[in-house]
Design a protein around this ligand. Structure first.
Ligand SMILES: Cc1ncc(COP(=O)(O)O)c(C=O)c1O
Length: 431
């Protein structure tokens, strides 16, 4: 092991989402097994957030590791324009079998942000390709307030404008942000869409749970109503299932809870079981058909060096094998049941009655609540304090501003879940 790991890291590494002036020493992690991360001192930490929501089957999964190893020896990488390979085709086939809606094509990229970039490009160019060059083209994009779709420029543009995007706001394209639908505002939200008239190209949304915006949960019926309205106006619907995909909300995809299905779906994170970086954008035959033309300008000019990397595909195929096992959904249901019990416990607790915590909620394997704070801003310090106190008790939690959430790997044991819950109760007592 490197003797000066942390010191060397501080000298030469720039970590994401980390203010450089007040960076605390990062924790050196040596290995991971299941829900557990082991640090350089041998300390075992429960990863209660699936390492930024990706590690769905746990760390160091032997089956995924084996499939990656086999693939690395067979074919590690090949250019994907003009060439293909079995893992890419098999994965596309399997995804199309299970994706909601009428998806017919799979476009590969590298991560969640690129999956979103591709989706936006697909939708914008779809309308351009269909246009006659005379009538105004549909070009407006609608997104939800509090949305988060990634950190590249297109993805930032369709995300809530706030501290993440502040430095770049002059460079982001215009987007119409609408309120997430509630019983009270659904009519005015639909009116707002009506006002954008015939010029709206697409609506991008995180189905059921807006993740980075603070695990905001939307009622199915209202989201359905909104999507129905968009469909009636021929607005393309883009479901960003980067976080919600692969069982996170209790079903394989959050869109399965809805009767109105998207035209485009973005996937990443759990796609490879969290082992390799990969993004997928799936679309319907109708979208794809606008790109079949003798006119070369009607080509989707997008690709990455590592598009459909065979090792990433092998990893995703292995993850699909695991997620399709009955045991995985048994585990998801068990986590949901335990979360619901803990939700009840929290709602009965003094923290809730004294309003130290609010809005305890559960969707599938996600439990979230807000800490009382003078500001819900991402930069407020109460979340950081909560994370520090949890980590001192060997549980990795990383609140979003004042929103505390649990989003565990599906392999978490009942005992490990209990340890997470008791740690939360202890930390609440210390705040
Ligand atoms: C809904 C959603 N979309 C897109 C992204 C961006 O994914 P990535 O971090 O892989 O670029 C995220 C990341 O948290 C996300 O939650």
């Amino acid at each position: 092991m490197m003797a000066n790991l942390i010191q060397k890291d501080r000298e030469i590494i720039w970590h994401p989402y980390t203010q450089q002036a007040e960076m605390v020493d990062p924790l050196g992690i040596v290995s991971g097994k299941g829900t557990i991360l082991i640090d350089t001192n041998g300390k075992k930490i429960i990863d209660a957030i699936s390492s930024w929501w990706v590690t769905i089957h746990g760390h160091g999964h032997p089956y995924i590791a084996e499939k990656i190893y086999e693939q690395a020896l067979q074919l590690e990488q090949v250019i994907f324009a003009g060439f293909t390979h079995e893992p890419a085709v098999r994965l596309a086939d399997r995804l199309l079998e299970v994706l909601p809606g009428k998806m017919s094509k799979i476009f590969y990229s590298d991560n969640g942000s690129t999956a979103v970039e591709v989706a936006l490009k697909m939708a914008i160019q779809y309308w351009r390709n269909l246009g006659d060059g005379k009538n105004p083209r549909r070009s407006k994009i609608i997104a939800l307030k509090n949305s988060y779709h990634g950190d590249t420029f297109g993805a930032m543009s369709v995300s809530e404008r706030g501290v993440f995007t502040l430095a770049f706001q002059d460079y982001l394209f215009d987007v119409e942000f609408i309120d997430a639908p509630t019983k009270e505002n659904i009519d005015s939200v639909c009116d707002r869409i009506e006002q954008t008239g015939e010029v709206t190209a697409c609506f991008i949304y995180e189905p059921l749970v807006q993740g980075a915006g603070g695990m905001i949960m939307t009622e199915q019926r209202l989201l359905n109503q909104l999507l129905e309205y968009c469909k009636s106006k021929r607005i393309l619907c883009i479901a960003d299932e980067v976080m919600t995909g692969f069982g996170r909300t209790g079903r394989l995809f959050a869109s399965e809870y809805l009767s109105v299905q998207p035209d485009i779906i973005c996937l990443s994170k759990g796609l490879t079981g969290g082992t390799m970086a990969m993004g997928v954008t799936a679309c319907t035959a109708e979208i794809h058909s606008a790109y079949i033309s003798a006119d070369k300008t009607k080509t989707l000019f997008h690709g990455h060096s590592f598009t459909a990397n065979p090792i990433a595909c092998a990893s995703a195929l292995a993850s699909m094998d695991l997620i399709m096992k009955a045991e995985t959904f048994d585990a998801i249901r068990r986590i949901n049941y335990q979360h619901l019990q803990f939700e009840k416990q929290l709602k009965k607790s003094v923290f809730f009655t004294e309003k130290k915590i609010q809005n305890v909620r559960v969707q599938g394997t996600i439990l979230a609540f807000e800490l009382e704070s003078s500001s819900g801003n991402y930069l407020n310090t109460i979340g950081k304090k909560f994370a520090k106190l949890s980590l001192e008790r060997n549980v990795l939690l990383r609140p979003l501003g004042n929103t505390v959430y649990i989003l565990p790997p599906y392999c978490i044991t009942e005992e490990e879940s209990q340890k997470v819950y008791t740690t939360i109760i202890k930390v609440l007592g210390l705040l």
